[in-house]
Write a protein that binds this ligand. Structure first.
Ligand code: BV8
Length: 265
């Protein structure tokens, strides 16, 4: 099947009557099992900066990869804690956007639907997505750096980071840092969902961070039709069956509308 690239979503964003390839809609209309992998690009239209976006303010001089490691936390726990505090405030002030809402609709349009995210912002769940497979954790949860246990309340002694009420160890965000192993259960579920689906959507991810970035290739290898939604090309673009070069908040609602219309037709 040749690669179909559709461009122009960005330019004509304010013209909602965009067309999604009819062949894609026809084929999706009969799909039983759909798996979606999302990245930071899905939250971009909610005002949450992507990892590729330059960090601003205090954080401008750090690359995310520098701060999101156990080594960085050991070296300067206050700096890393305050970075996550800044991101937590950003996320708290953000709202799910039309891309998140379209994915909530999609979970009811197929017999089997899996949503895998690299995002730690919890916006899929806030939009109403059920059973989100969080590959890289969630910054609204906190764990003990020593014991790895979830800690939901602690005494505010003024320490930054605060201390674990059980062992006195440092508290940290419940996210997977670079050079840290992935959560086994979530990774297994993500791999199964990626290799047992008719359609695999890769939405708003630069497809460079592993092992998440290997999931689209696993889906391709298992015979799924792979659709990429991203305004910019990624290493996946040449391999995808459909590359929809546009913003998720424009393309996904269009896709859902076209799908519903085709099922009514
Ligand atoms: C591990 C949580 C074993 C923390 C994150 C194989 C090859 C090379 C390297 C490795 C490899 N295997 C392992 C590695 C090392 C490393 C890695 O992949 N490094 C990269 C940098 C090369 N992986 C790991 O360390 C993983 N662990 O392998 O454990 C191990 C153990 C010991 C030693 C070694 C290995 C752990 C990875 C998880 C790290 N944690 N997040 C936090 O968030 O603070 S990763 C984090 O960055 C995100 O979760 C996400 O995964 C990634 C950012 O990627 P994206 O989400 O795609 O975002 P990005 O900004 O890059 O791109 C946004 C895209 O959206 C762009 O393409 C843009 O065009 C598009 N876009 C913009 N606007 C829109 C849009 N799209 C649609 N609509 C729009 N409106």
């Amino acid at each position: 099947m040749e690669l179909i690239v559709v461009v122009g979503f960005l330019k004509r964003r304010n013209n909602p009557a965009m067309t999604i390839p009819a062949e894609l809609v026809q084929r999706l209309a009969t799909a039983k099992s759909v798996t979606v992998l999302t990245g930071a690009g899905v939250s971009a239209e909610s005002g949450v900066p992507t990892f590729r976006d330059a960090q601003t303010g205090l954080w401008a001089k750090y690359s995310p990869e520098e701060l999101a490691t156990p080594r960085a936390f050991r070296r300067n726990p206050r700096l890393v804690w305050e970075w996550y505090e800044w991101r937590r405030n950003l996320v708290a002030g953000a709202k799910p956007n039309p891309a998140h809402l379209a994915l909530v609709e999609m979970q009811n349009l197929f017999l089997r639907f899996h949503l895998i995210t690299q995002n730690v912002d919890g916006l899929h769940q806030r939009a109403g997505s059920r059973h989100v497979i969080e590959l890289h954790g969630n910054i609204t949860r906190t764990i003990c750096f020593e014991e790895g246990t979830i800690v939901s309340t602690w005494k505010d002694t003024g320490d930054v980071p605060p201390k674990c009420p059980a062992c006195g160890g440092l508290l940290r965000p419940d996210v997977v840092w670079f050079e840290e192993p992935m959560p086994e259960e979530e990774m297994q579920e993500a791999m199964t969902a990626s290799t047992h689906c008719d359609f695999f959507f890769s939405v708003g991810t630069s497809t460079v961070v592993y092992p998440a970035a290997a999931l689209p290739s696993e889906a391709l290898r298992s015979g799924a039709t792979v659709v990429e939604i991203n305004p910019q090309p990624t290493p996946l673009t040449p391999q995808a069956h459909y590359a929809l070069a546009g913003a998720a908040g424009v393309v996904l609602p269009e896709l859902v509308m076209a799908l519903k219309a085709s099922r009514l037709a």
